[in-house]
Design a protein around this ligand. Structure first.
Ligand SMILES: [Ca+2]
Length: 478
């Protein structure tokens, strides 16, 4: 799995993830549920400050962009008498809403806008319920990719490869190939089939009041208010997934404000109704996330017998260097000229028994959308399939899902063995994988850092001083 420092979210391994945030829950170890977040906001979520710090951090910086987009707020009115919303049955929600409106007024936001859009707002119980879901099982990456890169989706993507006139202009301007955008489009909404019908302002208010992601949700509300005030999109049109992702390519309000584009030239950034707008906006987001024109995203490799699996999630080096270490292209073709000059790192998303990939910088650009190795593999492999590139040489292994208690037990055992001192949160992130690799090295096992039921058994045996019983799959290792 990925090695981003952002991967070990405090929110645990659960995430809501495409093709539709509120429909499909996955809980991959490094998966995040919030689409298209900038790094600063991910950090904001993960390192929330106290309420008053938040009020300042959230309200003050919003004044300037608000002015730029919707005109100067009326600072001549006294902000002392905001229109308090009518009380609801939910005291916590009311307390949050009152505080939020007071801070917004103090920051210069027009009272009539706030009263019109937020007055009478109530929390959405469905959003509360979906946000509180804690899936027990973690879904193996291979299982996720197999189901998301389906024959139906490949065919639907291929039908869109040459039937849209906007592709050449988007590719020329942003340098993102159409198949990558088709991969995102298919993963996010099944090509616009399932965009979500939640009132985004209400959903974000519900999440803000719930408190766990208050700063993030409030930033989305301010952005949603800016969109409404711009006059381009009405409140009624501002619909999305329960987690706030909107339109064909699932943009959060904040990402919409900073990144959405009117590509078809009708004067509106319509990521719901205009495919050209939505896909150009997605390309713009990838470029902002570091997409490099002309470079590949990943290449499957075959690892020679005796390969040092400890190199996974390790060095970033040129493909020729990887070849010398025993990682060669899986297809018969050698590295392309572009691949040959692009540094890459090695990942083993489902351990040493599954497919191995060299991933290039563009892999991380895809993760701007959703910071998950599995998500980027889903998008990239769907793109490859749509473009007619060869399928995987090494199949995804069939493996059982690990329960939360299994994953916590593994962390506890690694701690008992002296390799792990982190939280027993069941999140198999970079720290846990590093500990697992160190223990694997000490045991002379393949050091892929990938947790399986076999390894939990072996950890248990080692921690309690019993002789290890290698399983059949481990005996098969050369
Ligand atoms: Ca437009």
């Amino acid at each position: 799995m990925g090695r981003s420092a952002l991967s070990q979210s405090r929110q645990g391994p659960q995430c809501a993830q495409g093709p539709q945030n509120d429909k499909v829950l996955c809980h991959l170890p490094d998966c995040r549920g919030y689409k298209a977040l900038g790094l600063s906001h991910i950090r904001t979520i993960m390192h929330r400050r106290n309420f008053f710090g938040l009020a300042l951090a959230t309200a003050l910086p919003l004044t300037l962009p608000w002015r730029a987009l919707a005109g100067e707020p009326d600072q001549t009115q006294t902000p002392a008498t905001p229109q308090w919303p009518a009380p609801t049955a939910n005291g916590a929600f009311d307390a949050w809403l009152g505080g939020f409106m007071a801070r917004a007024v103090a920051a210069g936001w027009p009272q009539d806008l706030l009263a019109r859009e937020l007055g009478g707002l109530t929390p959405d119980p469905k959003v509360v319920s979906l946000d509180g879901r804690q899936p027990e099982l973690s879904r193996p990456v291979g299982d996720y990719v197999r189901k998301t890169v389906s024959q139906d989706k490949i065919a639907a993507g291929q039908a869109r490869m040459y039937s849209r006139t906007f592709w050449p202009a988007i590719e020329a301007r942003f340098g993102v190939p159409r198949e990558i955008l088709i991969g995102i489009w298919g993963m996010e909404t099944g090509f616009g089939a399932v965009m979500g019908n939640y009132d985004v302002v209400r959903s974000m208010a519900t999440l803000a009041a719930e408190g766990r992601r208050q700063a993030w949700a409030e930033a989305q509300i301010f952005s949603a208010l800016r969109i409404i005030a711009s006059g381009q999109i009405s409140r009624d049109q501002l619909r999305g997934s329960w987690a706030g992702a909107m339109g064909q390519t699932q943009f959060l309000p904040e990402t919409y404000v900073t990144t959405a584009i009117d590509f078809d030239g009708d004067g509106r950034k319509d990521v719901w109704g205009s495919e050209a707008d939505a896909l150009a906006s997605a390309a713009n987001l990838l470029v902002k996330g570091g997409w490099r024109r002309g470079e590949p995203w990943a290449r499957e490799v075959i690892l020679a017998p005796g390969f040092d699996y400890g190199l996974s999630e390790g060095p970033v080096q040129l493909p020729a260097t990887w070849s010398r270490a025993g990682a060669s292209p899986a297809a018969a073709l050698d590295w392309s000229a572009q691949e040959a000059r692009t540094p890459a790192s090695l990942i083993l998303p489902s351990g040493w028994t599954g497919p191995a990939f060299l991933v290039f910088a563009n892999h991380m650009a895809i993760r701007t959308y959703n910071n998950s190795t599995a998500y980027a593999l889903g998008v990239g492999l769907l793109a490859d399939a749509v473009a007619g590139r060869s399928s995987l040489a090494t199949p995804w292994p069939l493996e059982p899902a690990l329960s939360l208690s299994d994953r916590q037990k593994a962390q506890s055992l690694l701690g008992r063995l002296g390799y792990y001192a982190g939280d027993l949160d069941g999140v198999i992130g970079t720290r846990t994988r590093k500990a697992l690799r160190q223990w694997q090295v000490s045991m002379g096992r393949p050091a892929d850092g990938y947790l399986t039921p076999d390894l939990i058994f072996a950890l248990e045996a080692a921690a309690w001083g019993m002789p290890s019983q290698p399983s059949p799959s481990l005996q098969a290792w050369p």
